[in-house]
Design a protein around this ligand. Structure first.
Ligand code: ADP
Length: 485
């Protein structure tokens, strides 16, 4: 694999523009440990230039017909498909996810998001409302919200940005993306594909940097709204900085998997392990804890271990690798500290439990199963974000519900049961935005509404297909006096 070190440039108003910022970040591959890019942070001037470019492009972009914008979205999807393998190879090198099992599907779904947005925008209907006055006609139109700042994380470096970009631009918004400082290369390559497919200048712009650049972007006078996907601590800062600007926020989860005494334990074990290890557990809807009824505990744990042993850690370019390196050291350290805390409080490591030695980097974490996890642990309360299946035994549905809901991160839960009645009791009582019955917490489809529950700190709005498009547009109400009498 060629490891030439590129220097990334911001993308502003249709051109790659050298950054005027002074601080330069080295992007080091979690797979090989080699430096693969140098990325200067955008300066204040770069950020305001990008926001101005998005502002200038927005009216004429919004004035195109939905069909014209849709045509460009389809062209982008086709070009991503054409470049899929190269983009996926680079994604693996920068992010660490397995090439065949995950990077290729990420790119396919990135393209699919543009197709969904292209077709949704053609059917973005809005109501005509009866009037009290016989002379009046009340119509509504969906209008784009204007210029968005898109602030995104490193676990899905094309797939999460596209969840904002595709519905956002299809509906007539323009956007300035600030990708994660850990994975800027994927965004640069993705941007190139959008530009090559014929996206007009200024519709999508990209600036690089970390929190400081993000905050500058959010507060820029030319940015109207914010789309954010990342951790809940950052979400709180973003919301404070954004003030009254419109926002779409999707933050951390603490996905409980609930395994009832009547569950199909083989199916539950497969789902819990998939949710624990997919993307090395670095997913907002990952299996963060498994609440298993104590009567099913021993059989379930044995099934989990048998399944977990199939998940081979290794070189993410090998076809049979299912777990690659974690993306970055702070996240791996969080996994270290959560495990240590659980063990100190009586948990027992059944499989894995540490970083794997003899690898090109120290980020290859052994897929880990840990049993007897207490409810007083960091694992139970916070998001671990690593390749881990933590098992907590509970005594019946009431206790499972209590432990599941004793959380400030109510994003997604999974429930395994053969009883529809029981499943719906959980569906109705869990304080989460999304419940999956008899499949993994990581089950999602690109067009389904996905997001947090009110009353928890997981954000608001919905990511996914037309639901994001509804969040990124608003109704313009028009009252017409038809002068009939
Ligand atoms: P994750 O660890 O999942 O990437 P973070 O919340 O740390 O989650 O980061 C998500 C995105 O938010 C990244 O692009 C990051 O640079 C950005 N970010 C971090 N802090 C701030 C901030 N104060 N204002 C705006 N953006 C920020």
């Amino acid at each position: 694999m060629a490891t030439t070190v590129r220097t990334l440039q911001n993308f502003i108003g249709g051109d790659w523009v050298e950054s005027t910022g002074e601080h330069v970040r080295q992007i080091v591959s979690p797979v090989t440990g080699q430096t693969i890019a140098e990325v200067p942070d955008a300066s204040a001037q770069d950020v305001s230039r990008a926001a101005r470019a998005a502002r200038e492009a927005q009216p004429s972009w919004a004035a195109l017909s939905a069909w014209d914008r849709a045509k460009i979205c389809h062209a982008i999807a086709d070009l991503i498909d054409e470049r899929r393998d190269d983009m996926a190879r680079e994604l693996t090198l920068e992010q660490g996810k397995p090439f065949t099992a995950e990077a290729i599907p990420d790119l396919e779904e990135t393209a699919e998001n543009f197709r969904i947005a292209a077709e949704d925008v053609k059917r973005l209907e809005s109501p005509i409302i009866p009037s009290q006055d016989v002379n009046k006609r009340i119509l509504t139109f969906r209008k784009p919200n204007g210029v968005y700042a898109g602030i995104t994380p490193w676990n899905f470096p094309t797939l999460i940005p596209v969840e904002l970009i595709a519905p956002g631009i299809a509906a007539g918004n323009t956007i300035v993306m600030k990708p994660s400082e850990w994975t800027p290369i994927a965004m640069a390559t993705f941007m190139q594909a959008m530009a090559d497919a014929g996206l007009p200048d200024g519709v999508v712009n990209v600036v690089y940097g970390a929190g400081e650049v993000g905050e500058r972007l959010i507060t820029d006078e030319n940015v109207d709204c914010v789309g954010f996907i990342g951790s809940h601590t950052t979400a709180e800062k973003i919301v404070r900085a954004a003030g009254l600007k419109r926002s779409l926020i999707e933050a951390s989860g603490n996905g409980p998997v609930i395994v009832c005494e009547d569950a199909d334990l083989e199916v539950a074990a497969k789902g819990a392990v998939f949710g624990g290890f997919f993307c090395a557990g670095q997913v907002c809807c990952a299996t963060e804890r498994v609440l298993v009824d104590q009567s099913a505990h021993d059989e379930f744990l044995a099934a989990v271990v048998a399944e977990a042993e199939r998940w081979r850690l290794g070189d993410p370019y090998d076809d049979d690798t299912l777990v690659g390196p974690m993306n970055n050291e702070p996240t791996a350290q969080k996994m270290d500290s959560h495990l240590e805390d659980a063990v100190n409080k009586g948990a027992e490591i059944v499989l894995g439990g540490s970083r794997d030695s003899g690898r090109p980097t120290n980020l290859y974490y052994q897929p880990t199963v840990v049993d007897r996890v207490g409810t007083d642990t960091l694992i139970n309360h916070d998001e671990t974000f690593g390749p881990i299946v933590p098992v907590i035994a509970v005594d019946g549905d009431d206790q499972a519900l209590h432990v599941a809901n004793d959380s400030y991160l109510g994003l997604q839960a999974a429930v395994y049961t053969r009883s529809l009645r029981r499943a719906f009791r959980y569906v109705d009582s869990l304080q989460v935005g999304n419940v999956v019955v008899n499949d993994s917490t990581d089950y999602w489809e690109a067009h389904e509404p996905f997001g947090g529950a009110a009353g928890t700190r997981t954000g608001w709005g919905r990511i996914g297909g037309r639901y994001t498009m509804l969040d990124m547009t608003d109704l313009r109400t028009v009252v017409i006096d038809a002068g009939l009498d």
